[in-house]
Design a protein around this ligand. Sequence first.
Ligand code: NAD
Ligand code: ZN
Length: 252
Amino acid sequence: MSELEDKIAQARQEIEKASNIVVLTGAGISAESGVPTFRGQEGLWQNFRPEELATPDAFWNDPKLVWEWYDWRRNAVKDAKPNPGHYALAELESSVPHLTLVTQNIDGLHQMAGSTNITEMHGNIWQIRCTKCGEIEQNFQVPLPELPPKCKKCGELGRPNVVWFGEMIGMDLIDKILRAIEECQVMLIIGTSGIVEPAASMGLVAKQTNKTVIEINLDETPSAGLYDIVIREKSGEVLPVLFTSNPNRVLS
Ligand code: NAD
Ligand code: ZN
């Protein structure tokens, strides 16, 4: 058995034994759907780094520029379809008594693939939130007719309903995720660079409470050494193999 087959067999065993699983996904799971990640070269937009644009300061300094970037990102996501990794997770949800899918992605592809118990940590790119009255508008227009967009209710400036660098994620949401980790037996961490907090620490929380942690990521990540099983493959290729009912299916 190759090292990869061995890891896959171990991971399958852990997943099959578990009745409660937490899955944490990041931009990597959507990479094979053509959605740019943040860290790769393709994540750069007009030579700005996301850290320079996805902040409240950048927005208040130049709302139009930040909206131009979101308009570009919305366009990059618009025609994206879920890939076999998204579908495999939706299938896993239907075969495990409890599965909580926590995503840092704002692209909506997990919903499209059929997952239902989803916690979106960083909001959703298809929503515009009023900076004054807080009204949230679902909006799928690409490109947006006016940048920056205005609130339909009060006419004030709208912003993407996403969590920016330097902004807090609601404590109730964090609590809910930590409780899910506490109650699970296995945590899967897929396609996330493990750099952006608080998601970056969630695998550590799972390890501190003796859960089995399985990571699937193309590249090295800072906490990989602490995890039980680390698979360095594309999520769209490995997830269908991990969850299939045919144990003889292996990666080509
Ligand atoms: P990231 O871009 O920092 O990291 C992506 C990770 O995925 C990297 O470690 C990379 O090695 C890995 N990867 C790339 N292709 C892969 C594949 N095919 N299979 C498995 N792994 C693969 O993204 P992040 O960790 O999610 O964190 C940063 C922030 O980026 C989050 O706040 C998120 O909201 C935002 N973001 C979201 C999207 C999206 O919604 N699709 C896209 C870009 C960034
Ligand atoms: Zn308003």
